[in-house]
Design a protein around this ligand. Structure first.
Ligand code: 5AD
Ligand code: SF4
Length: 421
């Protein structure tokens, strides 16, 4: 979501005569787009802000400093107090007014704080500068109403609102005209997308029918909203990739209740079975939080057991980070840091073994790969399978941007190696 927001910021400012540059020393305007989901992300953002300030001229040429995004919403005025060189603080739903806010800041020479919630912005289409040339992110909704007890998102991104289907289709058609081949539909909980009578499966069908588009991905999903209808639609639509990101968060029913997740591990494992049956070879990835308040050794063992049974292709594992304002933030952060670390390492080790086992099973198979660019060694190419596996390929550079069949010859954990078949 943040990457997409940064692309929107770049697009809006470009349309207003600004030019993106890559050496901060030459910048007249520096924007830090922050994430507040974990404390670590916030600390990194402010460390970057300090570094950039120290490098910048302190004369009349001092750049305008802007802190944008979720942490701007969460901390508001406090940022202006702690970092007096900051000129603008702007929340996600006010990004679209940045040109006006910057102009006011320049005219009045006064710090600008714009953090009140605006609900209508998702209804408009904005210019976007996409980072890649082959695949693009497309937002389909804003906000979240789920209030998982650990999560700050509902407080910083506001109520859940879906973007009109017509706007989404128009944006994707224009991407296809610019030769984009793949889109990722983005939202905090895409399964609950609703535009009038249309639900997420209707949106998928409409996007699937866009000529010239090759692949559709979407993220992220909530297990409580993963319906049979969606699973069957995924199975039927040829452009929808065989990959689903389904955050488990915990394998303990007690912890899941405390997290306010609204499903049990039995329900989650049932979904995994259904998905694997309906979409053979599907990649299932997940998010797991270790060290939630009160998580016992037994609760953690339950998470390991569900991860083992689900056989995730990959898991993003996070140490619980208390977020002020959330319900869990009121509880004692009771699991010591070293236990969180050791639990994180245990899940990661299990995942590495699982990923390697699944990768080995793919050797000898021919998979369709969308080639994205040259690999880092500049001699090979790299791309992704429909199942989101990275493949390093021997093949000519004119394959970039094409879907090609690749015979898998080797693997290393998550990465596959292959040649044009
Ligand atoms: N602490 C640790 N991880 C968190 N996540 C969200 N909030 C927190 C938190 N307070 C994780 C969840 C979510 C992912 C995007 O970030 O696993 O799915
Ligand atoms: Fe946060 Fe839960 Fe909403 Fe995801 S579904 S953004 S974890 S509140």
């Amino acid at each position: 979501m943040n990457t997409y927001d940064s692309e929107v910021i770049a697009g809006i400012l470009h349309a207003n005569g600004y030019q993106q540059i890559f050496d901060p020393k030459d910048a007249g305007l520096i924007i830090i787009n922050t994430c507040s989901v974990r404390k670590h992300a916030e600390e990194r953002a402010f460390a970057n802000l300090w570094d950039l300030y120290h490098e910048a001229p302190k004369t009349a040429k001092k750049p305008i400093f802007c802190v944008a995004g979720c942490t701007a919403k969460k901390m508001g005025k406090e940022i202006l107090k702690k970092y007096p060189f900051v000129d603008i603080v702007v929340s996600p739903s006010n990004l679209y007014d940045l040109p006006k806010i910057i102009a006011t800041c320049q005219k009045t020479k006064k710090p600008q704080l714009q953090i009140e919630d605006k609900i209508g912005y998702i209804k408009k289409n904005f210019p976007v500068i996409h980072t890649g040339k082959i695949k693009a992110l497309v937002t389909i909704m804003q906000g979240c109403d789920n209030y998982c007890s650990y999560c700050v998102v509902p407080f910083v991104r506001g109520k859940e609102i879906s973007r009109p289907i017509k706007n989404i289709v128009t944006e994707i058609k224009s991407l296809v005209k610019k030769r984009y081949k793949e889109v990722t539909l983005l939202g905090q909980n895409v399964n609950s997308y609703r535009d009038g009578k249309n639900d997420f499966t209707d949106l998928l069908k409409r996007v699937n029918a866009i000529p010239g588009l090759k692949r559709i991905r979407f993220m992220t999903n909530h297990p409580k909203d993963m319906s049979d209808k969606l699973i069957n639609t995924m199975a039927k639509l040829d452009k929808v990739c065989r990959h689903v990101h389904l955050p488990l968060q915990s394998g303990s029913d007690w912890i899941l209740t405390k997290m306010n997740r609204g499903y049990t591990t039995a329900h989650f494992l049932g979904l995994v079975r259904e998905l694997r049956q309906a979409v053979p070879g599907i990649t299932i990835t997940t998010d797991i939080i270790v060290g939630f308040p009160g998580e016992t050794e037994d609760n953690f063992r339950a998470t390991m057991e569900v991860a083992r049974q689900a056989e995730f292709d990959a898991a993003f594992v996070f140490k619980y980070s208390p977020r002020p304002g959330t319900n869990a933030g009121l509880l004692k952060d009771s699991v010591p840091a070293e236990i969180k670390q050791s639990r994180l390492e245990k899940v990661n080790r299990l995942q590495q073994e699982t990923a390697l086992r699944i990768s080995r099973g793919l050797i000898g198979k021919t998979l369709e790969v969308l080639v994205e660019d040259l690999a880092t060694d500049r001699k090979h190419l790299f791309g992704k399978t429909a199942g989101y596996r990275t493949v390093v390929i021997k093949g000519p550079a004119n394959c970039i941007g094409k879907l090609i069949p690749v015979k898998i010859t080797a693997c290393k954990n998550w990465t596959l190696y292959g040649k044009l078949s």
